[in-house]
Write a protein that binds this ligand. Sequence first.
Ligand code: HEC
Length: 736
Amino acid sequence: MKYLVTPIIVGLFLLGGCLTTAQKENEVAGSKDLDWPTYGGNHAGNRYSPLTQINRENVHQLQLAWTYDTGENKNPEERAMNLQCQPIVVKGILYGTTPQMKLFAVKAATGEPLWKFDPFANPEREPRFHPLRGVMYWEDGADQRVLYTVGSFLYALDANTGKPITTFGKHGMVDLHEGLGGEETLGHEVSNLSIRVTTPGVIYKDLLITGSSVSEAGDAPPGYIRAFNVRTGKLAWVFHTIPLPGEFGYDTWSEDAYRKLGGANCWAGMVLDEKRGVVYAATGSPSVDFYGGARHGKNLFANCVIALDAETGERKWHFQTVHHDLWDRDLPCPPNLLTVQHEGRKVEAVAQATKDGYVFLFDRDTGTPLFEVKEVPVPTTPALPGEQPWPTQPVPTKPAPFAIQELTEENITDRTPEAHAYVLERYRNSLHGSKYMPPSLEGSLYFAFGGGAEWGGNAADPEGILYLNANNMLWWLQMRDIREQNQQSVTSRGASLFNANCSVCHGMGGKGSGGSNAAQAYPVLTEVGKRMTRAQISELLETGRGRMPSFQHISQENRDHIIDFLLHTEKKPADELHRTMPEVAYSGEDEFPYIPPFLNNGNIQFRDQDDYPAIKPPWGTLNAIDLNTGDYVWQVPLGEYPALTEQGIPPTGTENHGGPIVTAGGLVFIAATYDEKLRAFDKDTGKIVWEYQLPAGGFATPVTYMVDGKQYIVIAAGGTRYGLKPGGSYVAFALP
Ligand code: HEC
């Protein structure tokens, strides 16, 4: 396979272990059992288990131990929901979530159900589904709680019964709008804006520290990081990821940006150093993606690794991986805490992987990069009017990037001559070059709006090796001047409102994001009236669904205009438009929601005309990177397209979502691929040593634990990505 990186033989240093307190306690107690007590396996987020029962020698004997069927995603009439949960295991009980966001407890040895909690059993709560990647556990003696979030509510449940802890917040719930500010600080209400938590936070002593997932458009609330008291639900501290006047970093934004922009949120999770009492969080982009005319400056603390005092929320240090982000380059996964041997000394470090293929490695105490980071000059033209691209960006000198950096004629697909010609034409007719090229009206092909490292997170072993799955995904970005386009082509108020609020995903006029990508994530809406009634669309705008946000902040009247536009039932003809258009389309400088003058054409992954990636393989990879030296141990393709394998094409790697775990048994387990397999790789060589065809795609991260002396591997098999069949089960494996 010509694209395999030559394995580099590296010296492995045996360093101290990295078990969590819970894991240690269990061992000290002399029990053979070992939990997986937190999202990420331990507070360091290492997705590492010291278990060795399942190992290189016997992994081929691994077999199905049990299946827990949530009973959901079965009805072909209903839209199937994502199942991305990495469950936790505490004292022999496995806690996980269902596609419809119920929380369940089963016996971890057998899958036997114990209880289930349905947040939507409460008639006041409209079902509103979104991805959910895990849950949290806390205990103080007999007071044992499982905590998780659904929509804008954080729930605390009794771990033994699944009943809400009524003394927590209001009837067992905390509203996550709390602590975000409002009219007084921000000049607008936040209570009606969409906020959810897709990845669990961490619990330190009595504090539950959490990030959030918010809109990436002009209606985003600020992505402040917050701590809530885990006993009472009371807000304990708030860290302003978008600083308020007078706070450090405020001057890295336009003066009023904190009032009208949001984001800079930690959506991919955080990790905790219990000994230091420090939480390390990775933040995403500021709103709005792709245009920064209302946020001149570096925009701290967006796109940052931030070390916060877990007790107080005080900032210890930060490092920004993208200045003034114009490319949606969120930090896509939580950091990993690990120990490395660096230039002859042992360093407790924190590693952060990015969407554009970098791994940054820092000293955990100071934030100093262990491998030098250079501020490299980047192109600042052609920039959109009002834009001030930042002239330099940080690039680590080591490790080498794990993902493709730039589209060139050489790496255009050669799968078939037709595919090559198709992609070459688009390549020649668009701007290409540096991944830091500012977004333009001409349109460019880029990597890393999505792809690179992924939300499943990365695994690290005590030897300082990072195991990371990655995607090479090419995107087509073209900006448009919504003021101009509105003048030219918009025919009604509904259309104008639609283009201002919805076209970023559904394309102008709902015509889809264009391109050839049949598997694109956003439905074409031009004929939506044939599939949905007025009431159904109205409900969808109220509740949101999956990646479709809710639009409660748009007035009912305006929502009706949008629906009229979609159903072609507009009563008012065009001429009134030019009076109403300016205020509905471009919000000007001081309004909230902020509608920028330039919007992107949709999030379009650019693929070839047969819907395969537009570049040469590998399309998805699994990497082992030695962070002691910064060198690769190996990089292999992850997954295959069955149709291409049939043609005799060697594994290309596929788009993959979900993460790896690593064990002392010498194995890396990961599913995440299009071919719906769970695989075990030899952690030293990257060779596949076992694979299993799951009942549905495993777009989640597995777990491993030991109960009654038996080691299990469990993964959620939820399918639904890439048009694949849906599933709703958790599948467990063990040795016979
Ligand atoms: C952030 C991206 C995004 C934005 C912005 C957005 N949508 Fe959606 N929309 C989606 C996604 C994703 C789906 C598919 C949801 C699912 O998984 O069920 C969807 C589904 C829909 C559907 C259902 C289509 C079908 O065939 O089932 C309608 C109708 C719709 N959106 C209307 C709108 C309207 C109107 C707006 C603006 C007010 C809007 N959307 C804004 C992402 C978006």
